[in-house]
Structures are given as C-alpha cells and as structure tokens.
Design a protein around this ligand. Structure first.
Ligand code: PRT
Ligand code: ZN
Length: 283
C-alpha cells in the first residue's frame, strides 16, 4: 500500500485529486474524512494541511505527497522531489508600497519585511548580503505595510491582484514554485514498485496534455512535404480519401510548437485540419 499525503482543501486540492483520477485511481473521500483508500489501486490517502505534508513524508508517515515547492523549500525537510506537476504555479516575491521608488535590493537593508516564508527569505537576503528584520506572520501578509507592521512584504504572488489592491508593487521574485510530488527517502522495494507504476501513469497523463492529435487532408503530391512538418510519435499515418488523389494524414504535435506548425501546414496545402485533445499518451 502506497500512502499519499494530499492537501485536504485549498489551492492544491482540486488539481491533486484531478491528477489522481486521470491516473485511473478511484477513491471516495467523504466530507470531513482525514483518510481514504482506493478500491482499484493499492493507495491510501491522508488529507492534511499543506504545511504538514513535507514533515509527514520525511518521517515516513506518508510515502509520498503533493505539495507546493515553496512549502518544501521552507520546511527544509529531507525529501526526494520525484516529479514536478505543472499546476499551482506561483512565485515568492518582495513587494514595497507602490508610491515608493525602488532603488534595488540594497534599499531593504535595515528595513522590516513581513513574510510567512522566513527561511527562503532569510537565505535570499544572506546571499545578497543584506540584513533586514524578518517579521514572520502566518497570513494576510499583504496588509503589513499599511498597518505599520513592516516596510515591505515577501509573499506568494500569482496574478498580482492582491498586491495591487493593497497598494503594493512587486520588485523582486525570489523563488518560483509549482506543485511537486515528493517522496520519502529510502522507500522499500514494494513501495518503490508502486511509485514507479504511479509515475508511469502521471507521465502518460502529462504527455497527453502536452500534445495534440492532428488530422488533415492533403493532395497526394504534398504528402512528403507535410509529413516532414509532422514528426509524430514515429511517422505520420497516411490514409487514402474516397476522393481520388487525396489523403488524410494523422499525427501528434507538441503544444509548444502548435501554432507555428499549423501555419506551415496551411502554407504547404493542408486542408480541413482537425485538432483533438489526447487523454493519455504511452511512450
Ligand atoms: O489550509 P492549508 O494550510 O492546507 O492551505 P494554505 O492556506 O496554507 O495554502 P493555499 O491552499 O492557499 O495554497 C497552497 C499552495 O498553492 C501554496 O503553498 C502555493 O504553492 C500555491 N499557490 C498558487 C498559492 C497561490 N497560487 C496564491 N495565489 N498560494 C497562495 N496564494 C495566495 C497568496 O498568499 C496571496 O495571498 O494568493 C494571494 C495572491 O494571489 P494573486 O493572484 O492575487 O497574486
Ligand atoms: Zn498552509
């Protein structure tokens, strides 16, 4: 049985549970329950506050966990970062009152900075040879300057609207984060095998969402030119159309180069281009 620690409710929960479901692992998490188990994969779920996840995994109470890299870094526990999950992306940034001129990081020398991330901030300041007064608070960091508690803040930013509506401006990004799968160091062979099975499924889901299935029609004399634009998993599939002299070409293209390839395909004479999402992609 592989025990996974997942945030009970908060910004990581929905995407964590979605990923587990997309991996084909079913479970029932009744309202208010702190534990759940799957009936089709040997996995047990511990539903926790995100701050507790690194500790539970480091101690081996949970074998693996899903948590923000910012929390992993701040907690300084000895863990394996198994795979980055690509959701809950955010950054930890320094911000000062909007009406103040920013003259570089040196201006924070001797100033007070409110944060919930004293360790990450402390090591950033140390690296930059700055000594500031770190004021640790657990929430609502953004109001600290307006109530006179601190000169600046160091907080998680996503869209930036919280800073803006509190009269602050972002001046330095000190850490970038996303959700990660963490693992206990030294898992036994049985658990390692289950983790490998889970990782195989996660990679298939990730490959699926990073790629699109593409179908298009082209005159036969253009097949070679078009096939060269479409590397596919091996090479594109070419099927004859009922109309003489035409074929249907099928392939897979990466999200990153999607629009660039579509433009080139059109120039090369492709018609009736269809693009379909891929649920899973086994490589
Ligand atoms: O209850 P529990 O302790 O489990 O949860 P929590 O309240 O401590 O954490 P939660 O659910 O808010 O966030 C969990 C994780 O999501 C964080 O550790 C980050 O890794 C990630 N994440 C992604 C964020 C944000 N985006 C985010 N925007 N965490 C917090 N915020 C907050 C930020 O603190 C600030 O107050 O949102 C505000 C800024 O958002 P913008 O969009 O206005 O910039
Ligand atoms: Zn938390």
């Amino acid at each position: 049985m592989l025990r996974i620690a997942v945030q009970k409710s908060g910004r990581l929960s929905e995407d964590s549970f979605r990923l587990i479901k997309e991996c084909g692992i079913h479970f029932n998490n009744g309202v208010g329950k702190l534990k759940a188990s799957s009936h089709n994969f040997p996995m047990e779920f511990l539903l926790l506050r995100d701050d507790d996840i690194p500790g539970y995994v480091a101690d081996g109470v949970a074998d693996i966990g899903i948590v923000g890299l910012n929390v992993v870094e701040e907690k300084e526990k000895d863990l394996d970062i198994v795979v980055k999950l690509g959701f809950s992306k955010c950054r930890l940034s320094l911000a000062i009152p909007r009406n103040e001129e920013y003259a570089g990081i040196k201006m924070l020398e001797g100033k007070s900075i409110a944060t919930s991330y004293p360790k990450i901030l402390g090591s950033y300041l140390k690296k930059n040879n700055i000594s500031s007064d770190i004021h640790e608070i657990s929430g609502s960091v953004e109001i600290a300057p307006s109530i006179g508690l601190a000169d600046a803040v160091c907080d998680i930013v996503s869209s930036g609207s919280t800073l803006l509506s509190n009269g602050l401006k972002e001046v330095e990004t000190i850490f970038t984060s996303e959700a990660v799968l963490v693992g206990h160091k030294g898992l036994g062979a049985e658990k390692k095998k289950l983790l490998d099975q889970l990782l195989f499924r996660i990679r298939s889901v990730q490959n699926g969402s990073n790629n699109k299935y593409i179908l298009l029609n082209a005159p036969n004399h253009k097949i070679e030119e078009i096939a060269n634009l479409l590397p596919g998993m091996r090479s594109p599939t070419v099927l004859p159309l009922a109309t003489e002299g035409w074929s249907s070409i099928h392939s897979v293209i990466n999200e990153d180069r999607f629009w660039e390839i579509i433009e080139k395909l059109k120039e090369a004479g492709a018609e009736g281009i269809l693009v379909v999402p891929i649920e899973k992609m086994i490589l």
